[in-house]
Design a protein around this ligand. Structure first.
Ligand code: FCB
Length: 424
């Protein structure tokens, strides 16, 4: 029996599930032909219209915490011009989930910018820090009575590296200094948003506010341990991709290769440690690699369960706060190894001795997986995109059973986990 003192929830992001024609960077990116299977976020899961059905299904599975995000471009389609009808709909969603006993963990920025903000230079432009904060203020004023826990920004390192270094995300640039600037500006945005959210909620008479960010953590290891270059690159890549970002966001400390913008000060800027963990990278230079014989998911990412505890430990060493796994999951199109994946990652956490309070599985429903489109399935609930029919997968049944039993009984292990194997 694996006993779990971790609250099990699920995670999603607005652009990936809501659907609809919204003037943001990802609908534009899709229109320009950058999505591998030609999908567009305009379809996705049609969750904007079907949120009740999705929340009902969550409640049926026993889920009590849901990490979701708001779509900035929906709420502020033009700068300073807010859509109160959209805000009212998010309120309906939040009220509905709370009525079903599901607590929200709200992400304010998850990869997607309104087109007007992108035209202003987005997060590459330090002058835009107050523009982001104005939106944060709007969101907290509209939803603050319903939400006590916030994630300011999702995966600043992935956003910056994919958008400004390898060019796979919008705006598709290839310039390392720009990527570093984006991470630095986002850190300033986070630090200021941290203080702002606390202030606004306090002024409105609410306590229990918790604010953090969702850090994308990976394990880096030299591809060939005998190769001196691989060994030298490993700590450098780890620092550039994630170590420096974590220090900047959590502690307001801007060491190489980041820079301080916006007059922030060192301090403590998280009430929980949000960690998104997926994989290990084999390092042989800049860029991402995988070990040859490692178990892999359907996107070729290594499956390395011990890494989730390792990354959590690194964050905890920087700032001892309760750990929220804000994302962990895998692309398993046939749902043939997801139960084993979840089990092994939770086991690594449970055995780590770290104060892991939450685990939000990525994702609840299959969805629009950024550049991969609809062809990469991460959900514990299957979505038929043509009919929008939802079907709970075997991993969804397993997840519900884990919640009900607060762990994995021997019987559950034999039924769901033992028969599954990873691909290599
Ligand atoms: C993370 C993103 C999330 C999802 C997963 C698979 O990097 O935060 O939106 O796409 O990867």
């Amino acid at each position: 029996m694996l006993k779990l003192d971790i609250q099990l929830g699920v995670a999603s992001a607005a652009t990936q599930i809501e659907g609809g024609n919204v003037a943001h960077t990802w609908s534009d990116w899709a229109q320009k032909g950058h999505i591998k299977d030609g999908a567009s976020p305009a379809r996705a899961d049609d969750h904007w219209k079907r949120f009740r059905e999705d929340i009902d299904l969550m409640a049926e599975l026993g889920i009590r915490v849901y990490r979701l995000s708001v779509e900035w471009a929906r709420l502020e389609p033009l700068q300073g011009n807010y859509d109160e009808t959209a805000a009212a709909r998010y309120r309906e969603l939040l009220i509905y989930m709370r009525s079903k006993g599901i607590a929200p963990l709200l992400t304010i920025h998850h990869f997607t910018n309104p087109l007007w903000f992108e035209a202003l230079g987005g997060f590459a432009e330090p002058a835009n820090i107050p523009v982001f904060l104005t939106f944060v203020e709007f969101a907290v004023k509209r939803f603050g009575d319903l939400v006590s826990e916030y994630i300011t920004i999702n995966e600043p390192n992935v956003f910056a590296v994919s958008g400004y270094m390898d060019g796979s995300f919008p705006p598709g640039e290839h310039a390392i200094p720009r990527a570093l600037r984006v991470m630095s500006v986002m850190a300033a945005c986070h630090i200021k948003a941290y203080a702002l959210i606390h202030k606004l909620r306090r002024e409105a008479g609410f306590d229990g506010t918790k604010v953090g960010f969702a850090h994308h953590g990976r394990v880096f290891a030299p591809k060939s341990p005998k190769n001196l270059w691989h060994r030298l690159y490993t700590p450098l890549v780890a620092r550039m991709f994630q170590g420096a970002v974590a220090r900047a966001f959590l502690l307001g400390k801007f060491g190489f290769p980041l820079r301080r913008y916006g007059g922030t000060k060192p301090g403590e800027y998280a009430d929980f440690l949000g960690l998104n963990y997926y994989a290990r990278s084999a390092v042989s230079g800049f860029g991402d690699g995988v070990f040859d014989n490692a178990p892999k998911n359907d996107l070729g990412w290594e499956i390395y369960p011990a890494g989730i505890a390792q990354c959590a430990k690194e964050l905890y060493a920087l700032l001892p706060r309760p750990i929220y796994i804000t994302e962990n999951g895998t692309c398993d199109n046939e749902d043939s190894f997801r139960c084993r994946y979840i089990y092994e990652h939770l086991k690594a956490l449970a055995e780590s001795g770290l104060p892991v309070a939450r685990y939000c599985h990525w994702c609840f429903t299959d969805n629009f997986e950024w550049c991969e489109g609809e062809s990469a399935r991460f959900g514990i609930v299957r979505v038929d995109y043509e009919t929008q029919r939802r079907t709970v997968k075997r991993s969804g049944e397993f997840y519900a059973a884990m919640i009900a039993h607060q762990g994995v009984t021997d019987g559950m292990f034999a039924e769901y986990v033992a028969p599954q194997e990873y691909h290599r």
